[in-house]
Write a protein that binds this ligand. Structure first.
Ligand code: M6R
Length: 364
């Protein structure tokens, strides 16, 4: 049932190229995104004056990436919030609100409660979920299925990449509806998304390097991630994956925030993973790398091809293929999933069934 792999998590990471294809199929078109069966249309969008994205855990990180691209592509301001916070804070939500919820299982109690609250107040609820016929799919007004296939491992992998893909398509769809996204950008994003299955394959091919790094460093007690722009959310998701399955303490920070406090935690040999896939902030990341290096950090930088010369500034470099900066969130997380996986395996952890965690959190 694990398809010959040691763990469901590995099987599901390997299935990511196919999952992405299924998520993009028939939705990724030349002129932008299209979602067959979606009721939300230009007329309905005219009265929407607030968009909220609500989810938990990994799905919440997909929501952060979603917010980033809704703002970038459709120039719509979006709030992303953890469902457990949303439901108890008397949120500002009414009949002019579009609430987008993201949930792999479609059964998460807090996310379901957020839907019920928003619907009571007249909001239009669009669910992005992986499970057909789940409670969340049934209670939402509109559904986009991520089509990742069944996900068994507690640590979400293939569901995440498809959630991010769907959020990027949705951002492009809304940008098209409101005329804020240029045709050539919509075409560029679809073209870029169609490259992601191949790029994930390339990430999976680097397993030996990642495993070697993990085998050398598995005894660490802390690991820090830092990034700017969309790389921050990839860092947050990488950090969650690591905590979940390896029990290594880890944090993810906006790189510019380090000097406002967290840099105090950096000691001789502390590993810092610097995710540097965005050209517009590359130089800024370099400065942040220098700051942590000056405190003794052991820096692993993740850069796109063309930036190999960062090697002179850091201790280790993982070079990912050159790609459109707007799609890096999808292939880059695969390197961080593998890092979490191999560190957990080296520490002898039960990767598929981490302590204290359940696949689906159906109680508060
Ligand atoms: O099924 P959901 O997407 O609603 O689940 C949300 C979180 O519980 C889930 O993403 C959790 O954080 C995962 N274990 C992460 O790997």
């Amino acid at each position: 049932e694990k398809g010959g792999y040691d763990h469901f998590m590995m099987k599901e990471m390997v299935e990511q190229p196919k999952a992405m294809m299924e998520a993009l199929m028939s939705r990724c078109c030349e002129n932008g995104a299209s979602f067959a069966g979606l009721k939300l249309n230009a007329e309905m969008m005219k009265k929407i004056n607030r968009i909220q994205i609500v989810a938990c855990g990994t799905a919440y990180h997909a929501g952060m990436v979603g917010k980033y691209y809704f703002e970038k592509f459709a120039r719509i301001s979006v709030e992303t919030e953890a469902a457990s916070e949303y439901r108890y804070k008397n949120p500002i939500v009414d009949e002019n609100t579009l609430l987008i919820v993201i949930s792999q299982s479609g059964e998460t109690a807090d996310t379901l409660a957020a839907i019920r609250l928003a619907k009571e107040r007249g909001a239009w609820v669009l669910a992005v979920t992986n499970v057909v016929g789940s409670s969340i799919a049934r209670e939402a007004d509109d559904v986009i299925y991520t089509n990742a296939g069944p996900e068994i491992a507690v640590a979400s992998t293939k569901a995440y990449v498809t959630q991010v893909g769907c959020m990027m398509l949705l951002a492009s769809f809304l940008g098209n509806l409101n005329g804020k996204m240029k045709k050539e950008d919509a075409a560029r994003i679809c073209h870029g998304l169609m490259m992601t299955p191949g790029l994930i394959d390339k990430a999976l091919e680097t397993q030996d390097v990642i495993k070697a790094f993990a085998d050398k460093n598995y005894q660490i007690s802390d690991l820090f991630y830092m990034g700017r722009g969309v790389d921050l959310y990839t860092s947050m998701e990488g950090s969650l994956k690591l905590k979940e399955i390896s029990y290594i303490h880890s944090e993810a920070y906006a790189a510019g925030e380090l000097k406002h406090g967290p840099i105090a935690l950096i000691e001789d040999g502390t590993i810092v993973v610097a995710v540097c896939t965005q050209e517009n902030v590359f130089e800024k990341m370099l400065s942040n790398i220098k700051e942590v290096k000056a405190r003794g950090a052991h820096v692993l930088a993740i850069v796109q091809a063309g930036h190999e010369d960062i090697a002179s500034e850091v201790d280790e470099v993982w070079v990912i293929p050159e790609m459109d900066d707007d799609i890096t969130a999808i292939p880059t997380i695969v390197y961080l999933q593998l890092l979490a996986y191999y560190l957990a395996v080296a520490r002898g952890c039960d990767v598929d069934k981490p302590k204290n965690l359940a696949k689906s959190v159906t109680v508060e």
